[in-house]
Write a protein that binds this ligand. Structure first.
Ligand code: 13P
Length: 272
């Protein structure tokens, strides 16, 4: 069990027709809540942190904690850099021992996005790590900053797939953070891609999608689903009084309960 390559989890998910939850963490309580949930349900899991969150949780501190948690887990856990925006950050994560990195050049023209992916693949393959890239655009930054969701074009999906990446986040009308209303997801993109890519498909912006939407995107090939906002809200809601130790314990419990709900929804329960 313990720390594993992300690609191995996604390939198993492809065979089994389910998705692996990729959970964004910001501190120890969140990390422990994710691991507790995965162990309780005997499920694989991915721990991730986005580059934009590092001013709050520096990588040199939280990275080793994520890796230690994965290594001690009773279930397979991959440790992933979410939305790496710079090669320096990607390199730092790889040097720490992250088993997966995302290079997100989706705010750049496709040529630059592809070039960033190729550079990342070269670095990651030296370490046996998995690479995720993004085409189209997931709306809003991972930190809630505004940017429009853009639907991925087939050409961009195929071009990115050829760079040697392992996982591809495709914009299908999804966005990070809270949706003002249930989004219209462009399932036709997934239908058109079905069976044509070597990369595994990744769904960002999980918070706020309906159970039916999760089931539909999984049936159309999504193998990694990212959840961030719901975990952060669960943790914040669990911190009630001024007793720090009670808040730590209730945070772990709250994150674990939230993660368990997603694991069941994604069909990864019992798949460790
Ligand atoms: P949410 O914050 O909408 O759950 O999105 C998570 C995500 O996609 C992280 O990359």
């Amino acid at each position: 069990m313990a720390l594993v390559n992300m690609q191995s989890l996604l390939h198993k998910a492809e065979e089994g027709g389910y998705a692996v939850g990729s959970f964004s963490v910001a501190n120890m309580e969140c990390i422990r809540g994710v691991i507790r949930a995965a162990e309780a349900l005997h499920a694989p899991a991915i721990l991730q942190i986005a580059e934009i969150r590092l001013p709050y949780s520096p990588l040199y501190l939280i990275g080793p904690m994520m890796l230690a948690a994965a290594k001690h887990a009773q279930v397979p856990v991959a440790v992933h850099l979410d939305h790496g925006k710079t090669l320096a950050c990607v390199q730092e994560a790889l040097d720490l021992g992250f088993t997966s990195v995302m290079c997100d050049g989706s705010d750049q023209p496709i040529d630059a996005n592809v070039a960033f992916a190729k550079q990342t693949v070269a670095l990651a393959k030296e370490k046996g790590a998995t690479v995720e890239a993004e085409v189209g655009r997931v709306g809003r930054g991972e930190d809630g900053s505004e940017s429009e969701a853009q639907i991925a074009s087939m050409d961009d999906c195929f071009r990115m797939d050829e760079t040697g990446i392992d996982a591809l986040a495709v914009g299908i009308g999804n966005a990070h953070g809270l949706y003002a209303a249930t989004p219209q997801l462009h399932y036709e993109v997934l239908e058109e891609l079905h069976g044509k890519l070597r990369s595994s498909l990744v769904m960002h912006g999980g918070t706020g999608l309906t159970d039916e939407q999760f089931q539909k995107v999984i049936s159309l090939g999504m193998r990694k689903i990212n959840i961030a906002t719901d975990l952060f809200m669960s943790q914040a809601g669990a911190c009630q009084g001024k007793d720090i130790f009670k808040n730590i314990a209730s945070s772990v419990d709250a994150v674990s309960a939230t993660v368990q709900r997603y694991i069941k929804l994604f069909g990864s329960e019992g798949k460790a």
